[in-house]
Design a protein around this ligand. Structure first.
Ligand code: PEP
Length: 254
């Protein structure tokens, strides 16, 4: 069973969310090969959860604040996310690391809150283009993972997503970035699995690939050893395209 997560980023009103899932229901993609998770804006969580119960997918948030309550104007706790019916939280996405300067220590605090609340967490890790050019990919992955997982008591609900920053999203002139090659993905995933052997009970942590995954490439990517699924950004906003990505995981069962 693969995991297919769609990150809607800062897109989709409640009405658009409803319309999306009405179309999704009509397409009724064969998801027998996947656990499907939609990571939606906070404001769309309840709407997505109400629809999701019938359609068999999980809903997640894209961020969280690592405190139980208090004077943190504009922030949201893990319990509030859970209260809206979400089951998953995305932590450490490269856009948050870059635009909001989130540190590895802060990401560790966030993961602790999410897992303590009994929610699943998807931790994003990945190197920048410069770090890859400088041959620092393995060092960056090692630092990001060991710091994020530091002293976490229970990793049973953790998922990791390898998202090389140079492959995620669009370039400044609006073009899709080039996806990583199969070899680059295979090497990074094998290395991440090796890092995880250093953590007790970490053997079964799924590792997803993210970075310009499309329906033409998703099946091939999910066939790469140690790739347990995909995290999809832009393509998850197009319901037909995302449905095809989901179906490509079912095709792997045959
Ligand atoms: C993402 O936002 O996690 C992502 C992988 O984006 P995209 O698929 O658009 O590269």
């Amino acid at each position: 069973m693969k995991i297919i997560a769609g990150n809607w980023k800062m897109n989709m009103t409640r009405r658009e969310t409803l319309e999306y899932f009405e179309r999704y229901a009509g397409l009724n993609p064969d998801k027998s090969g996947a656990r499907v998770i939609f990571l939606v804006p906070y404001t769309a969580i309840s709407t997505a959860v109400e629809t999701g119960e019938n359609l068999g997918f999980e809903v997640g948030a894209q961020n969280v604040y690592p405190a139980a309550a208090g004077a943190y104007t504009g922030e949201i706790t893990a319990d509030m996310i859970k209260d809206c019916g979400a089951k998953v939280v995305l932590v450490g996405h490269s856009e948050r690391r870059t635009l909001f300067r989130e540190s590895d220590t802060f990401i560790n605090e966030k993961l602790r809150c999410v897992l303590d609340a009994g929610l699943s967490a998807i931790l994003c890790v990945g190197e920048t283009a410069k770090e890859r050019e400088n041959d620092e990919t393995e060092g960056v992955l090692w630092r990001q993972i060991t710091m994020a997982l530091d002293k976490l008591p229970d990793l049973s609900k953790l998922i990791i997503a390898y998202e090389p920053v140079w492959a995620v999203g669009k370039t400044a002139d609006g073009k899709s970035k080039k996806p990583a090659t199969s070899q680059q993905i295979a090497d990074a995933h094998a290395f991440i699995k090796t890092i995880l052997t250093g953590f007790t009970d970490a053997n079964d942590i799924p590792v997803l690939y993210g970075g310009n995954v499309k329906s033409e490439t998703s099946g091939e990517i999910m066939r790469i050893p140690n790739v347990d699924g995909v995290l999809v950004g832009g393509a998850s906003l197009k319901v037909e395209e995302f449905s095809k990505i989901i179906e490509s995981s079912s095709a792997l069962l045959n």
